[in-house]
Design a protein around this ligand. Structure first.
Ligand code: HEC
Length: 128
């Protein structure tokens, strides 16, 4: 009789443990940047990082871009995130983020190649 109780206990323990194993949250997939976004990250650190942090709520001169992919969707009604980002970079004076002055240079259209511009937008779109 005792033997069966031990066996039963072991079986229950096994079931409980395997149940736990199933419900253990799996680690989120690691974020690997596409080659274009990786290039954009370099463009960003060379041209934008002096004014923009990618750490949440960290203001340098401009706002943190930590979740710009999400914010960009709702900045201007009727404009999608990608379009907003191009305008924000090329004509920064067109729309000012609340609480900020028009301090972002409007020279990136000349300063960046088209490829660098696309790359930096691709990078910003990964910052959700
Ligand atoms: C001299 C400082 C400065 C530099 C350099 C700069 N920015 Fe800005 N940026 C600002 C300021 C200030 C604002 C807020 C005012 C505005 O909306 O234009 C801003 C706003 C933005 C916004 C809008 C953010 C939002 O939350 O809607 C984006 C996107 C942006 N910058 C991207 C860039 C990118 C990309 C670069 C580099 C290619 C860059 N900025 C370089 C100062 C800068």
């Amino acid at each position: 009789m005792r033997y069966w109780i031990v066996v039963l206990f072991c079986v229950l323990l096994l079931v409980a443990c395997s149940g736990n194993a199933d419900s253990t949250p799996t680690a989120p997939p690691s974020v690997t940047l596409s080659p274009e976004a990786a290039r954009g990250k370099t463009v960003f650190s060379q041209n934008c990082g002096s004014c923009h942090s990618t750490i949440p709520e960290t203001v340098i001169v401009g706002p943190s871009l930590a979740d710009i992919a999400t914010n960009a969707e709702t900045r201007k009604p009727g404009q999608d995130g990608r379009a907003y980002l191009y305008t924000a970079i090329l004509q920064p004076g067109d729309f000012l983020v609340e609480g900020y002055d028009n301090l972002m240079p409007a020279t990136f259209g000349k300063q960046l190649t088209g490829e660098d511009l696309d790359a930096v937008v691709a990078y910003l779109l990964t910052l959700e």
